[in-house]
Write a new protein. Structure first.
Length: 385
């Protein structure tokens, strides 16, 4: 009898714990027409052991005992690290702590061939640096959980960075939280379809007649804002191509399970939770607008790490209740036109929904022009005030 892992798409977050735990390798992740990966069971291999159903934390929450101990505003003292990070460089500082102890870091990177996002391992800072920066779409985990388990059993220190649902899936797969595992969960506002990003990048390549080598969501070329940047193989760059348009897609094109998220609260699976601190000027007086991280310590291990990296960072305690992050209190709301959007996408394609759901506006063009000019005239901070 074939195992049914979910009845509706909103019951699966795509964490891949079921894939990794299957003793028969009978489950694989298959990308659907919307671009989201879902587990599929090969009935010829399945022995109905139910390991896959039992490991699913999303459908059967096992609960997290980690509660917020302390929150900080953090900015790395190395300005190059800050510039190449989405916010203040917290991930770099924390992962450096693990790498210096001979550990392995697991995080999300862009596949340079396909521009889908995937999790990989890194054993040195050069490999780790590709994990910096927000990716905004869901990553493929593959057999990463198996690799992590093997590393942990050999006594190696491991850091895993991912969305809260991925961190929950890893803990469930491991049946707990081993002492030599450091978990860094993200303040996540939902995961849009990877296909939307890939088609967005393909569209840029077609219009520019150039091949893209790298893509950054949060380039700081024009300050600490949502500045997209594409680097072409010929060495040239282009910024903010259809930025406001693609951001609208990220709100309407999220995975169905995001609207049923179990992890948008103050109970965390991570030893440390990281994200942006948009209110840094108001809360802690950091006014350079280069990017500041929110760092939330949830366990004694997390506290130990933050205490030991403080010399490399500007670290200011804050009241976690003052942090403006909806991901700590509520899940993202499903747009009213969500179903219609996907129906139109599947029927008419990407260009159609781009024109109908995210048309070009004078406002979006004007805001980018002002942002660019302000940066060139060194008026960024003045305009912010």
């Amino acid at each position: 009898m074939k195992i049914t892992l979910y009845q509706n798409e909103d019951q699966c977050c795509g964490c891949s714990a079921c894939v990794n735990i299957c003793p028969q390798n009978a489950i694989s992740m298959i990308r659907n027409q919307k671009g989201f990966e879902y587990p599929a069971v090969d009935s010829t291999k399945c022995i109905s052991c139910n390991a896959c159903k039992n490991v699913c934390d999303f459908q059967n929450p096992k609960g997290s005992k980690n509660h917020i101990l302390q929150a900080y505003a953090m900015q790395h003292k190395d300005k190059n690290v800050v510039f190449n990070s989405s916010s203040g460089g917290a991930f770099t500082a924390i992962s450096d702590w693990v790498l210096l102890q001979g550990g392995t870091v697991y995080g999300a990177v862009f596949d340079n061939e396909t521009f889908y996002v995937k999790h990989i391992s890194a054993e040195c800072s050069n490999e780790r640096d590709s994990m910096r920066g927000s990716k905004y779409v869901q990553s493929s985990l593959g057999d990463v959980f198996k690799q992590i388990k093997k590393d942990l059993e050999s006594g190696e220190k491991v850091l895993f960075s991912g969305t809260p649902c991925q961190c929950a899936g890893l803990c469930s797969y491991l049946h707990g939280h081993p002492e030599n595992l450091v978990i860094v969960d993200l303040l996540c506002h939902g995961t849009p379809s990877p296909d939307l990003l890939v088609k967005h990048i393909n569209r840029i390549e077609i219009s520019s007649k150039k091949e893209i080598q790298d893509y950054r969501y949060r380039s700081k070329k024009y300050g600490y804002e949502h500045t997209h940047e594409a680097l072409f193989t010929d060495g040239t760059k282009i910024c903010n191509v259809d930025i406001k348009r693609i951001l609208k897609f990220f709100v309407i094109g999220m995975r169905p399970s995001c609207f049923e998220c179990k992890y948008t609260n103050r109970e965390r699976y991570g030893d440390i939770t990281i994200g942006d601190m948009w209110d840094a000027p108001k809360l802690v007086g950091i006014t350079d607008h280069k990017g500041t991280s929110t760092v939330i310590v949830n366990t004694q291990l997390g506290k130990k790490i933050v205490d030991e990296i403080k010399d490399s960072c500007v670290l200011i305690p804050v009241d976690e209740k003052d942090i403006r992050q909806s991901a700590l209190k509520e899940r993202v709301k499903k747009p009213k036109n969500y179903e219609k959007f996907w129906n139109d996408y599947l029927k008419h394609g990407y260009d159609y929904v781009l024109e109908h759901y995210a048309p070009v506006t004078i406002k979006s063009w004007g805001l980018f022009t002002v942002q660019k000019c302000a940066h060139r005239l060194h008026l960024d901070v003045f305009l912010k005030k």
